[in-house]
Write a new protein. Structure first.
Length: 501
């Protein structure tokens, strides 16, 4: 039985256990262990000093990666499993996802890591002290680190399936995943690697591409790296073992350096007399070429950054926003290349142009790109207006909490403990902030965070419209117990203002 089949069986068993854990937590009231999610490590342990079950799991996985490399990416990650499954389905349907090789675009996960985890953690450290260290395995519920059911499914499908159409196999792992960025760092110290332990077959690569390289889902030139260095050196290796299974000579194994040297020495002793010794030919060059021009990668990156800044936490969470942004960047590049007269530009294998004429697919792709700019513009305008309101409040009072705007659905963050009279200029500025929030809500009337910001501003102004905002929040979040706390908070603060008058 192939190792990849054991890997699939392990993934299935692992996810059955995880689903069972979630069901037991919510329906059987078994709450000894909370969320088993990497976000619990970044948001709660690094941000507050609270070590949960998810934090311990994260430390265990990253510690294991120091020995075995990115084993989790292919044996444990649900996004990885979904991408592999979707790729397998597409191949069965007759369409092979592309294998995108880039110069620098595959380093984009470091930008996601910086924006999603590093910057918020630094902001929290600057606003409050870290710790004291506390260990509570059940402190975070399994769904607390995730969005609602709809957005969770949309993120899962967008990152695990749709991204394949633009960025190819393991597109999420290579171009989005911030955890993968950390695994790239830990991978540099891994003891176990895919190493060459025997000579390649004499017929290997006779068709142009070596089987090990063709089998790699992360676009690594496995043959080149193992021939020149004796091991796979790329940090994109997810230890899926497909290259090992594809090697016709069985020359590759996932072993330590001493084990590889021992195997090579044994092979040398048992080889036929007069056979040429196995050597590492450092003068070789990789035969693989990049799939996008240098300027094209720049276009994709710039378009993706602009789109991400506009849609992040508006049309879903960070991961979904990154997937949308990269898809938008790829569409923009393809349309631009077609506009420049590229006759070989395709989308999902279909040409965008034939000579001087655009195909139906090309017109559809161009139209989709143009239409997609409308929701992106709406999201960008909404976030700009919201940011302007926060900036005005910050100018009035530096203690105004501005971080974690998406997580403002907490009564304690509405921290106007004592509602005091404000000067006339400050009242005018607060009215300007309220105006920005109202204009932002014209774009997204159901955004609870902006309603909370507007509510807070009304309370500081002593404006009775704060009660209307509290009612709106209660209508938007009818199942949350915090809505009642917010409503009581508004009544208390406004009542104190009226009593003072």
């Amino acid at each position: 039985m192939k190792l990849s089949r054991y890997r699939v069986a392990f993934q299935v068993l692992l996810h059955i256990v995880l689903v069972g854990h979630v069901l037991a937590y919510y329906f059987l009231d078994w709450r000894s262990i909370g969320a088993l999610d990497f976000q619990a490590f970044f948001h709660y342990f690094l941000g507050e000093g609270l070590l949960t079950a998810g934090g311990l799991l994260t430390l265990l996985v990253f510690g294991t990666a120091l020995v075995f490399g990115r084993l989790f990416c292919s044996w444990g990650c649900h996004f990885g499993a979904m991408q592999d499954f979707a790729s397998w389905i597409l191949k069965r349907l007759g369409w092979r996802p592309p294998l995108l090789r880039t110069r620098f675009l595959h380093w984009a996960p470091y930008l996601v890591l910086l924006v999603v985890f590093v910057m918020p953690a630094v902001t929290r450290w600057r606003s409050s002290e870290w710790g004291p260290l506390d260990v509570d395995l059940a402190a975070v519920a399994p769904w607390d680190t995730l969005p609602g059911w709809f957005l969770s499914v949309a993120t899962f499908m967008g990152c695990g399936v749709l991204l394949l159409l633009f960025l190819g196999t393991r597109g999420f792992c290579r171009f989005v995943c911030p955890y993968g960025a950390i695994f790239r760092i830990t991978d540099s110290a891994a003891l176990f690697r895919v190493r060459r332990v025997d000579a390649c077959s004499s017929h290997c690569g006779s068709t142009g591409v070596h089987p090990c390289t063709a089998a790699c889902p992360t676009a690594i030139d496995v043959h080149f790296e193992t021939e020149t260095s004796g091991r796979v050196t790329s940090s994109d290796c997810v230890r899926c073992n497909l290259c090992i299974e594809a090697c016709p000579a069985g020359a590759l194994q996932h072993v330590t350096a001493p084990a590889a040297r021992k195997s090579l020495a044994t092979t040398a002793r048992t080889s036929a007399p007069g056979a040429p010794p196995m050597t590492m030919e450092s003068g070789q060059k990789s035969a693989l070429k990049y799939d996008l021009p240098l300027w094209g990668e720049g276009i994709v990156l710039c378009a993706a950054i602009g789109t991400y800044l506009a849609v992040d936490l508006v049309y879903g969470g960070h991961f979904l926003a990154a997937a949308i942004a990269l898809g938008e960047g790829f569409l923009a590049l393809q349309v631009l290349r077609a506009l420049r007269g590229g006759a070989d530009v395709t989308f999902l294998g279909w040409p965008l142009r034939r000579g001087r004429s655009w195909t139906l697919v090309g017109i559809s792709v161009g139209g989709a790109l143009a239409l997609s700019l409308i929701p992106i513009f709406r999201a960008g305008t909404f976030k700009w207006l919201q940011g302007e309101g926060l900036r005005i409040e910050r100018e009035i009072d530096e203690s105004t909490p501005l971080s974690d705007v998406p997580h403002l659905f907490h009564a304690q963050l509405l921290s106007v403990e004592e509602v005091v009279e404000v000067s006339s200029p400050d009242r005018e500025r607060l009215q300007q902030a309220a105006d920005r929030y109202r204009r932002a809500l014209a774009y997204f009337p159901s955004d609870v965070a902006t309603h909370l910001l507007l509510l807070r501003t009304y309370v500081r102004l002593g404006d009775s419209r704060a009660l209307l905002e509290a009612e709106t929040i209660r209508r938007l979040r009818p199942d949350s117990g915090q809505t009642e706390a917010i409503h009581a908070w508004v009544l208390e603060r406004l009542g104190r203002r009226l009593d003072a008058r």
